[in-house]
Design a binder for this molecule. Structure first.
Ligand code: SF4
Length: 331
C-alpha cells in the first residue's frame, strides 16, 4: 500500500518525503495543471531537484498533467509531457486522450496513471484505457463505495488509487460546470473551481456572507466558522430549508475504514491538497504513514487512534471529516 502525498512546491515535497510518503505528486507552473494557483507548482529545475530528492530517499515522484488541451494552442501540453519524460518522472498522470496517445506512442517506458479528471469509474472504461494506452493505474473518482471498489478490483488488473484524505469534489470529476455558471471560467482552464478573484467574504449586520462570482454561497452566524466558498458545498434554499444541499464542507478522511479500503484491493492512498501548506502535507502524511504501518503490523485489530483523528480534524476544512461516498447509500 502506497502513501501518496501532494507537493505544491519543493519544501512541501521534501516534507512529504521526510514524513513517510512512498510517493509524491506535483505539477508544473503552467496551464497543464488543475491546481494552477499563483505562487505554487514547479519549474523544470525545481522539478529536477524534487525528483532527485525523492529518489535519494527511495520515494517515487509522479508528474500531474491533468487539464485538457485548448484548441488555440495545445503545444504547452505536449511540451510538458516531453518535460516529464526528460526528467525521468516515475509516472505521469494524464486525463486527455490525445495526450495519452502521444505519451504512450512517444515514451512507452514512462508509466501512465489515468487521472481522476478522466472520470473512469467502471471496469469497461478502465480496461479501455489500459488496452489502448497501457495505463498501469487509475485514480478513481470520489463517487464509489468500498463495495464498488472491491467489485472493480475483480474486473481489472489496473492498479487502483483512491483519495484517502482532503477536500471533496463530489461531482463527476473533470466534468463539473457548477462554477463555470457563476464565474464564467472553466476549472479546466483556470486550474481552480473557485478562483480567489471571484471570492468575497462580506459582513451584513451580524451575518457573514460568502460569494462566488457574486452568487451567495453561504451565510454564517457570528462566531460560526466560514468555509471557503465552493459551489457544491454552499448552503442553499431547497424545499423551504437552507442547508448543504450537495455536500458538507468537511474533509474526506478514510481512516475509519482504512482496513476495508486496503482489503478492497487498492494500491495507493492519495492525499489531496497540492494547494495546502507544507505543515499540512507533513502532518497528514505522517498520520497516514503511521496508520498504514499499524494496519500491516496487525490487520485484525486495526482501529484508528483518537490522536490520529484529532490531528487530521485540525487540518480539515471546517474542522470536520466525512467518509464521503465510501459509505453513501444514495447511489
Ligand atoms: S464545484 Fe465542487 S464538484 Fe465542482 S469541481 Fe469544484 S469542488 Fe468539484
Amino acid at each position: 500500500m502506497e502513501v501518496l502525498a501532494p507537493a505544491g512546491n519543493l519544501p512541501s515535497l521534501k516534507a512529504a518525503v521526510d514524513h513517510g510518503a512512498d510517493a509524491v505528486y506535483f505539477g508544473f507552473r503552467n496551464a497543464t495543471n488543475a491546481r494552477n494557483f499563483e505562487g505554487l507548482n514547479f519549474s523544470e529545475s525545481e522539478a529536477a531537484a524534487g525528483i532527485a530528492y525523492a529518489h535519494s530517499k527511495g520515494v517515487r515522484a509522479n508528474v500531474v498533467l491533468n487539464t485538457y488541451p485548448q484548441g488555440q494552442d495545445p503545444s504547452i501540453w505536449y511540451q510538458t509531457v516531453d518535460m516529464a519524460a526528460r526528467l525521468k518522472a516515475d509516472a505521469i498522470i494524464l486525463a486527455n486522450i490525445a495526450l495519452l496517445d502521444y505519451c504512450h506512442q512517444r515514451y512507452p517506458q514512462l508509466p501512465i496513471h489515468l487521472s481522476v479528471q478522466a472520470s473512469a469509474s467502471n471496469a469497461e472504461a478502465i480496461n479501455f484505457y489500459q488496452r489502448h494506452f497501457h495505463c498501469v493505474r487509475v485514480i478513481l473518482p470520489r463517487v464509489l463505495t468500498v463495495q464498488e471498489i472491491r467489485q472493480l478490483r475483480a474486473q481489472t488488473t489496473v492498479e487502483l488509487e483512491v483519495f484517502a484524505f482532503g477536500g471533496l469534489c463530489v461531482m463527476a470529476e473533470g466534468r463539473c460546470f457548477l462554477s463555470s455558471y457563476t464565474t464564467g471560467v472553466s476549472p479546466n482552464i483556470e486550474g481552480v473551481c473557485s478562483p480567489a478573484r471571484e471570492v468575497r467574504f462580506e459582513n451584513h449586520g451580524d451575518r457573514l456572507q460568502t460569494r462566488l462570482g457574486g452568487v451567495l454561497i453561504a451565510e454564517y452566524a457570528q462566531g460560526e466558522e466560514a468555509a471557503y466558498p465552493t459551489i457544491c458545498k454552499g448552503r442553499f434554499r431547497a424545499n423551504e430549508q437552507v442547508y448543504h444541499v450537495m455536500e458538507e464542507p468537511g474533509s474526506l478522511n478514510v481512516l475509519e475504514m482504512l482496513d476495508e479500503v486496503i482489503e478492497a484491493g487498492v494500491s495507493s492512498l492519495k492525499i489531496e491538497g497540492r494547494q495546502r501548506t507544507k505543515s499540512y502535507v507533513a502532518t497528514v502524511t505522517q498520520v497516514l504513514r503511521e496508520a498504514v504501518d499499524a494496519y500491516y503490523a496487525d490487520p485484525r485489530s486495526f482501529r484508528p487512534k483518537t490522536k490520529w483523528l484529532r490531528t487530521l480534524n485540525a487540518t480539515s476544512e471546517g474542522t470536520t471529516h466525512t467518509l464521503g461516498t465510501y459509505q453513501e447509500n444514495w447511489q
